[in-house]
Ligand binder design. Structure first.
Ligand code: GAL
Length: 637
């Protein structure tokens, strides 16, 4: 498949006389795609029922006639002001019971039926009008579900919908009381209509209640998305996408992905480093102009799975952003590196946010490919370079990885409800495992917890997967791959009850987690041979073979046949040691890479990426900061 480039454009931000020249410049720079429309509701319908599609007709035709393919966004992330007058109760409500206000974006509650019907109407109008338009080659539903903490809403609309969801799930109030253990603290309910949302309780709410609310909320997002997708599909055969985010875990992206043709995500490596990676201040300084070396790759692999193989970067950072605590300029070459890295993980398209920097409003400090004065910004030259390199490149095709890592949103909900130790995060546990594997130069596939077929895998990790259904246990036992579980894998049943028999609860794995403790950050338990346990430790019983122990000889990891249980969180030294040993035992080829260098293999090519700010020596020559090598695999084998 030919990989292509694109950009995000807002025709409504610029005088119409500029559109044609913009379109020509996009094509000259090698761009194929242009995404438009996703925030334009107030200009499409300035007053209720007063529809103004004429400008959008012209924008699509100017862009299309210049040779660009249009991704048309539905504008539902930005309800216009009149909508709030019409439905004052459509605003999402925060945990403290405060409604969010108009004046930015995403000010809606996923459960508000009045707003959902307005969205149906608008999406219908767009799909009918542009569904057969030859220039509209893809769609985007809404924009970044979950951005700005807008997934969980404690509104009356959410409460009412939650009660119905609970009734559908549990059938009778007695069943719900039993499943949640409501006998505790006299929390029994007599009817579904008595159940409120789990905020503003005196002390913590029942974790089963909180988990149910998160699952419900996640279903509301999937439902909201599906309504739009169904309407678009009834009028158009162009693929439908949504642009997901980095490290947003408060709805099940795999479920939303089931209804999409293409998953896309918005990659802001330097913004993420400052506010989402969880990096130490040393790492933040070392990678301040490059971004974390593993964070983008993790999400590329995640969204490849969410998109069932089809995925794009819909928004790629082209220079400083406006929203992180600090917003430095990237090293020269980074925009090209980020782009090639996405392609190496299988992205069909990389599209830059945004075409021209806007001199007004919230994002005036956000770089574009053009400056606000319309001159080229530095990233544009890097984009032209990628355009030329793409002409000469091999086709990128993605092999199945020997190593797989399970990522489960439901497990993230559960860890969030009950971290058991301050700062413990499921995302970080999975991401740390990913990083340790990637430092060894391994390709990794991320899989949903619904996977049952592990054929072709050598090594599969399922850390922290709190709820482990019987059918997944069976699949783990039945595969020949080495499976690495723990900590906390299988520790809870589906309504958050402690699993009995105690976890991991797999007959073929002679391990029982008998007691658990979370540790203060200044307490660590040294491992025999180097490294330490940090944050979480589980006491393990059982006759399985001991792979890793504490200096005081207590077991940390045990193995029976192909199943391994790791009962702790490890520091970097410990995790690197453990993971490289497992990779070697699984017969995988591992690499010793210089600091900040990562590799990724496609069917034909080994890509080398230098995320460090130093020139580094690699086996195939020196690699400059932000450098990329494309090494033909035929040369190495
Ligand atoms: C994304 C969003 C864009 C823009 C961008 C700025 O989160 O989808 O609309 O706000 O961030 O970095």
């Amino acid at each position: 498949m030919k990989r292509t480039l694109g950009t995000c454009y807002y025709p409504e931000h610029w005088p119409e006389e500029m559109w044609e020249a913009d379109a020509r410049r996009m094509v000259d720079a090698g761009l194929t795609w242009v995404r438009i429309g996703e925030f334009a509701w107030s200009r499409l319908e300035p007053k209720p029922g007063n529809l103004r599609f004429d400008w959008l007709d012209r924008a699509i035709s100017v862009l299309g006639e210049a040779g660009l393919k249009v991704v048309l966004g539905t504008p539902t992330a930005t309800p216009p002001r009149w909508m709030i007058t019409k439905y004052p109760d459509m605003l999402a409500v925060d945990m403290n019971g405060q409604p969010r206000k108009f004046g930015s974006r995403r000010h809606y509650c996923f459960s508000h039926e009045g707003y959902a019907e307005e969205c149906d109407r608008m999406v219908h109008l767009l799909a009918e009008r542009y569904g057969q338009n030859a220039h509209v080659a893809a769609w985007q539903a809404d924009n970044e579900y979950g951005c700005h903490d807008t997934t969980l809403s404690y509104s009356n609309a959410a409460r009412d919908a939650f009660r119905i969801w609970l009734k559908n799930r549990y059938g009778t109030i007695e069943a719900l009381n039993a499943a949640w253990g409501n006998v505790f603290w006299s929390m029994d309910y007599a009817a579904f209509d008595e159940i409120d949302l789990p905020n503003l309780t005196v002390t913590e709410p029942n974790p089963a209640h909180s988990l149910a609310f998160r699952r419900f909320t996640s279903d509301q997002v999937a439902r909201f998305n599906k309504r739009q997708v169904d309407i678009i599909r009834a009028h158009s055969s162009a693929p439908v996408s949504h642009n997901f985010m980095g490290r947003i875990t408060d709805f099940d992206h795999f479920k939303v992905g089931e209804d999409l043709d293409i998953a896309t995500w918005d990659s802001y490596p330097m913004g993420f480093l400052e506010d989402r990676v969880g990096a130490t201040s040393d790492q933040q300084r070392a990678y301040a102009r490059q971004g974390d070396p593993d964070f983008q790759a993790f999400h590329h692999d995640l969204y490849r799975a969410v998109g069932k193989g089809r995925w794009w970067v819909m928004e790629q950072q082209p220079g400083p952003v406006n929203w992180a605590p600090f917003n430095p300029i990237p090293l020269p070459g980074m925009v090209r590196l980020w782009t090639w890295e996405a392609f190496a993980h299988g992205a069909e398209v990389v599209s830059y946010f945004r075409w021209r920097q806007a001199p007004f409003a919230q994002e005036q400090m956000h770089a574009g490919l053009l400056r606000p004065d319309n001159a080229d910004a530095p990233a544009l030259e890097e984009v032209r370079q990628v355009r030329d390199e793409l002409e000469a490149a091999h086709d990128v095709s993605i092999p199945k990885a020997d190593v797989a890592l399970i990522f489960d949103y439901d497990a993230d909900f559960s860890w969030t409800v009950q971290p058991h130790g301050q700062g413990l995060s499921y995302f970080e546990i999975v991401f740390n495992t990913y990083r340790a594997l990637r430092k060894l130069g391994l390709n990794i596939d991320i899989l949903p917890a619904t996977t049952r077929d592990f054929s072709g895998r050598q090594l599969v990790f399922a850390p922290g997967l709190l709820h482990l259904p019987e059918s997944l246990k069976r699949a783990f036992v039945d595969t020949s791959a080495t499976i690495v579980l723990g900590p906390r894998t299988g520790a809870r049943g589906k309504d958050f009850e402690i699993s009995v028999p105690l976890p991991p609860g797999i007959l073929e794995l002679d391990v029982t987690v008998s007691r658990v403790e979370s540790l203060r950050p200044d307490m660590s338990l040294p491992l025999e041979g180097g490294g330490a346990v940090l944050g979480y430790f589980e006491e393990l019983e059982g006759a399985a073979e001991c792979l890793l122990r504490l200096s005081d000889q207590r077991p940390v990891a045990l193995q029976s046949e192909n199943l391994i249980y790791l009962g702790a969180l490890l520091d970097d030294v410990g995790l690197d040691r453990f993971v490289s040993r497992l990779a070697l035992e699984a017969g995988l080829e591992i690499h010793t890479l210089p600091d900040g260098v990562r590799i990724r293999e496609t069917e034909t090519t080994r890509f080398w990426f230098n995320y460090s700010a130093e020139r580094v020596q690699t086996p195939i020559g020196p690699l400059e900061p932000a450098g990329v090598f494309q090494q033909a695999l035929a040369d190495t084998f």
